[in-house]
Design a protein around this ligand. Structure first.
Ligand code: CDP
Ligand code: MG
Length: 141
């Protein structure tokens, strides 16, 4: 029996600015991800800080949260078998200079900061991130 897993992703402000929303969503669907929920919104600096609280002590925290609150983003709840690891693979390395051919970051990221896409890295972070952006009724499929 297939065990479906959920993950959370953000099409970041740089990718929205580059008109890459359609291409990135096409990659999700072509690679077997089911879109459970999707919305476009802007977040405040404070909301970005809450979302990225795990990185609060990192040197890039200030500029990352400025960036993430600088324009519209698209947030999605995705589902497939092995969704968390498979999405990380499809995204490519954090630094696009190290990202593999065929990955979303290889195609769309500008640099290690403006890197087009966020994806949850584990089951506990996926749960936190999904519930940060989606209410229970939006995910009760
Ligand atoms: O997004 P990912 O999980 O691949 O990387 P992370 O280490 O969790 O970092 C979160 C985000 O912070 C990255 O996606 C970049 O946008 C940003 N970052 C940065 O600006 N400079 C770094 N040296 C590392 C990350
Ligand atoms: Mg991360």
């Amino acid at each position: 029996m297939k065990t479906l897993q959920r993950t959370f992703t953000i099409i970041k402000p740089d990718a929205v600015q580059k008109n890459a929303i359609g291409d990135i969503i096409e990659q999700f669907e072509k690679n077997g991800f089911k879109i459970l929920a999707i919305k476009m919104l802007e977040i405040t600096k404070h909301q970005a800080e809450q979302f990225y609280a795990v990185h609060a002590s990192r040197p890039f925290y200030g500029s990352l949260t400025d960036f993430m609150s600088s324009g519209p983003i698209v947030v999605l709840a995705l589902e497939k078998e092995n969704a968390i690891a498979d999405l990380r693979m499809l995204m490519g390395a954090t630094n696009p200079a190290q990202a593999e051919e065929g990955t979303i970051r290889k195609k769309w990221a500008t640099n290690i900061e403006f890197n087009a896409i966020h994806g949850s890295d584990a089951e506990d972070t996926a749960r936190f991130e999904l519930s940060f952006f989606f209410a229970g009724y939006e995910l009760s499929k």
